[in-house]
Design a protein around this ligand. Sequence first.
Ligand code: ZN
Length: 160
Amino acid sequence: MKIAEKHVVTLNYTLKDNDGEIIDQAQDGSFAYLHGAQNIIPGLENALTGKAVGDQLQVKVSPEEGYGQRDENRVEDVPREMFPADQEIEPGMVFHAQGPNGEMITVTVVEVGDDTIKIDSNHALAGVELNFDVEIMGIREAEDVEIEHGHVHGPGGHHH
Ligand code: ZN
């Protein structure tokens, strides 16, 4: 069986930056996703199409096919009262917020002023070249309900 749309793929992967620092890796050595459903970044998904169980590959993904380029417009000052009043805010803290299109975004505190807080809502990996070491552990046809939901159920996937 080869990786194609509507297949559930189980991978082991390690993600490194260009300095060889590990950014991310598969939890417990296995990560499952639904191929063709934009569960993973396009650069990695495209590289996996047509691969088979046991294949090992190294994939270099540019920011354009990864998490995008950094956008300095996404670094902005917001009023202090947008944050919980009873919480001490410090640079480096990460919050989850709702983006302009209703999507969940991650916001990192850059600087704390008296009345305003400078935040950066770029993805932490925006502008970063991504180097994946991937091994294909399993491939199976997705169940109808998984295709309907657009994600994998069971081990390595969603539980609900
Ligand atoms: Zn589901």
